[in-house]
Design a protein around this ligand. Structure first.
Ligand SMILES: Cc1cc2nc3c(=O)[nH]c(=O)nc-3n(C[C@H](O)[C@H](O)[C@H](O)COP(=O)(O)OP(=O)(O)OC[C@H]3O[C@@H](n4cnc5c(N)ncnc54)[C@H](O)[C@@H]3O)c2cc1C
Length: 379
């Protein structure tokens, strides 16, 4: 591959989990790949940082060993209501805790090692004509490719350029994440509800505890700042009060994001193959967005390799097959995620649901299974 060329087989917009997984996979198949990522590595991201084990066989294929990076094995789940009633369960498939600071960085290093190019720049426009793409960055660089993967996360300036429907609607959610030090079991992921939102708690490498909560803007804006919101709302859940009060912060300031949208999106726009959150975002209470991002990257990569090998005849066939496989993998999880989130949004209903789960604890692993996939294939 000519490193000075501005023409690639595949350009990937966004170097998060989806973009980097695809970059490694496609580079291993000897395709020339350019990843354009606006930030540098390593970098903290707002995320609960609990990942389902379903990705482990594929991460092995990508040559990433999360346990060598210090990931914590997690196989227990705790759920509490706004009224601090607790229910515990095992996780059917289990998972692990690792920070995005660590995981994205490891994937980026691996991508470079297998010859993908990573450029730190921000994509501002993508044009498709004569069966190829032209990608422009804010630094006025221009690149060409036969295939473009959109892996730029939840929302971006590009969504406006592409006139995507979801970007026109207001998204009334915001999220806060911090890392703290203190006592918390290595093998538990907890989801504690509070009025207007929920907070995930689990360990990552370095024995840090990830605290990440999501809430509606309406619930948040009645309070002066994060501290006041935590004191007045979050601490009403005694589990959360205990963990916030008995740990010490690792970050100087918590990270925040807003405008989080769970609206439907299209997995293909203007012939760009969308992966990860760019294709759809599942409610974080399902704890499954990261494995969906990695899984969608695998689906896209396998099909793109077939397209370049002429096993898939043309672009139309490639797009149809991606849509079909994407829907099979994710449609049901997304729907279940929406239903669960709606239930937890209604305090009275969620209390009833919790009571039912206490009586019939076997239902909880069943619900978890519906929002998760099976172990991924190892290629
Ligand atoms: C509050 C919250 C908690 C969550 N907790 C969990 C959890 O515990 N477990 C779980 O599995 N999932 C969780 N998720 C979901 C998970 O974080 C996402 O599904 C996952 O990060 C998606 O990865 P991605 O690669 O699609 O996007 P990202 O990781 O967001 O990567 C997108 C990349 O694109 C870059 N980018 C954006 N625009 C441009 C541009 N124009 N040009 C160049 N680069 C660009 C960004 O800088 C970014 O690095 C949570 C989500 C939220 C909001």
């Amino acid at each position: 591959m000519n490193k000075n060329s501005s023409t690639f087989d595949v350009i990937i917009i966004g170097g998060g989990l989806a973009g980097l997984s695809s970059a490694i996979h496609l580079s291993k198949a000897s395709l020339s790949v350019l990843v354009i990522e606006k930030n540098s590595y390593p970098k903290h991201k707002v995320c609960g940082e609990y990942i389902s084990n379903e990705v482990l066989p594929y991460l092995k294929f990508l040559d990433i060993d999360v346990f060598k990076l210090g990931a914590k094995k997690i196989d227990k789940f705790q759920l509490s209501t706004t009224k601090s009633k607790l229910i515990s369960s095992t996780l059917p498939l289990g998972g692990f805790g690792i920070s995005r600071f660590c995981l994205d960085d490891a994937l980026a290093k691996k991508a470079i090692q297998v010859d993908a190019e990573i450029l730190q720049d921000s994509v501002e426009d993508v044009q498709f004509s004569n069966d190829k793409f032209s990608v422009k960055t804010i630094n006025a660089k221009q690149y060409e490719a036969r295939i473009v993967i959109g892996a730029y996360g939840k929302r971006s300036n590009l969504d406006i350029k592409l006139k995507r429907q979801f970007i026109k609607r207001k998204s009334p959610y915001l999220a806060v994440k911090t890392h703290v030090k203190g006592n918390f079991p290595d093998d538990v992921v907890a989801l504690h509800n509070f009025e207007g939102g929920y907070c995930g708690v689990s360990k990552v490498e370095n024995n840090h505890i990830n605290l990440c909560y999501i809430t509606s803007l309406d619930a948040f804006k009645m309070h002066k700042d994060i501290d006041e919101f935590q004191q007045n709302v979050i601490y009403k859940n005694t589990f959360l009060k205990d963990i916030f009060n008995n740990t010490s912060p690792v970050f100087e300031e918590p990270l925040t994001i807003s405008q989080i949208s769970f609206d439907n999106k299209k997995p293909i726009e203007n012939h760009i193959i969308m992966c990860g959150d760019t294709a759809a975002l599942i409610h974080p209470l399902c704890g499954n967005g990261m494995s969906m991002a990695i899984r969608s990257a695998q689906i896209a990569s396998l099909l793109i390799i077939k397209y370049f090998n002429s096993e898939i005849s043309d672009r139309e066939a490639l797009e149809k097959q991606y849509l079909r496989e994407w829907n099979t993998a994710f449609k049901l999880r997304l729907k279940t995620g929406h239903i669960i989130a709606d239930l937890f949004n209604q305090p009275k209903l969620s209390e009833v649901l919790m009571q039912v789960l206490k009586w019939f604890p076997g239902i909880l692993p069943f619900i978890i299974k519906r929002t998760h996939g099976n172990l991924m294939k190892s290629e």
